[in-house]
Write a protein that binds this ligand. Structure first.
Ligand code: C2E
Ligand code: CA
Ligand code: CA
Ligand code: CA
Length: 276
């Protein structure tokens, strides 16, 4: 974009670095792309030690008209800098609830986790919006898990507790994503209505070979055990990693060893096939 030849990029060239231009353009295109229907819901399976599907995680992708299918790392950080993340997660949540209601109605209910960013969860109307949506779609809230991060816990804990309690009473589950990668104290764990901890893939992947990561994973498993929380291990790629976990605790696995993220319709179609 340094010398575009024509005048297409001239506007962006005034006082902006290349990276800033890229982010600016990404934000602009995403703002148009969401209402234009360019987001795609991908889903990754979560299985128990016996290999049975117990739940799944919704992971968004962006079918960009020129750049192709984009992973979230390219656009989520940009979206998170503004209210655009709220619009994006509204789309993901609506899509997820629609699919869950559909599976429920067909007599084959499925659990699904969705990622909720701090900015979105802290928005004053979040609970009302979600409750309305669940009512509209006719969902049983018990099939929905909200993944939040430790970063959420840093300020205004009373308000956070109140919101989580309200949703938790309706049956919605909560999971702490990327557990152990944040900075917060562990004290919040007993104040919040949490059901599950997710171990980040960086810990999981090195656990069998790196004693430090191994000890970290064992510590997380021990915390979860004492607080009666479920554990999901992210990024399980090898039998060694799965074995490390299975020999220590009752862990739910999410990783390439058991299934990659794939378009929700393909995931659901295969699920029906294995049932019949
Ligand atoms: P995350 O929530 O930690 O999700 C797990 C990531 O690990 C996903 O990356 C998944 O594809 C990847 N993964 C799963 N198993 C394996 C494995 O065995 N090996 C490796 N190398 N990777 C594995 P993905 O789909 O690229 O998503 C990246 C991040 O984007 C997510 O990390 C999440 O933080 C964010 N994200 C995705 N959808 C949303 C959303 O709707 N809202 C928000 N706020 N963030 C989202
Ligand atoms: Ca997640
Ligand atoms: Ca995450
Ligand atoms: Ca992670």
């Amino acid at each position: 974009a340094k010398d575009a030849g024509g005048n297409q990029c001239a506007f962006f060239d005034i006082g902006m670095g290349e990276l800033t231009q890229q982010r600016f353009l990404t934000e602009h295109e995403l703002r148009i792309g969401i209402p234009a229907g360019e987001l795609r819901l991908f889903v990754q399976p979560q299985v128990n030690a016996a290999g049975t599907l117990v739940s799944c995680e919704a992971l968004v992708r962006w079918q960009h008209p020129r750049r192709g299918l984009l992973p979230p790392g390219v656009f989520i950080p940009v979206a998170e800098e503004s209210d655009l993340i709220i619009e994006l997660e509204h789309w993901v949540t609506r899509e997820a609830c629609r699919l869950l209601a559909q599976e429920e109605m067909a007599g084959n209910p499925l659990h699904m986790s969705i990622n909720i960013s701090p900015r979105h969860f802290r928005q004053s109307g979040f609970c009302d919006w979600l409750i309305d949506l669940l009512q509209q779609e006719g969902n049983d809230p018990a099939y929905l898990t909200l993944e939040i991060t430790e970063g959420m816990v840093i300020d205004n804990i009373d308000e956070l507790v109140a919101k989580m309690n309200r949703l938790s009473k309706l049956g919605i589950h909560f999971s702490i994503d990327d557990f152990g990668t944040g900075y917060s104290s562990l004290a919040y764990l007993k104040r919040l209505p949490i059901d599950e901890l997710k171990i980040d893939k960086t810990f999981v992947q090195d656990a069998p070979t790196d004693p430090d990561d191994g000890a970290l994973v064992e510590t997380i498993l021990s915390i979860a055990h004492h607080l009666h929380l479920k554990v999901v291990a992210e990024g399980v790629e090898t039998p060694e990693q799965a074995m490390f976990l299975n020999s220590r605790a009752d862990v739910i696995h999410q990783g390439y060893l058991f299934g990659r993220p794939e378009p929700a319709d393909i995931f659901l179609a295969r699920r029906w096939q294995t049932l019949s």
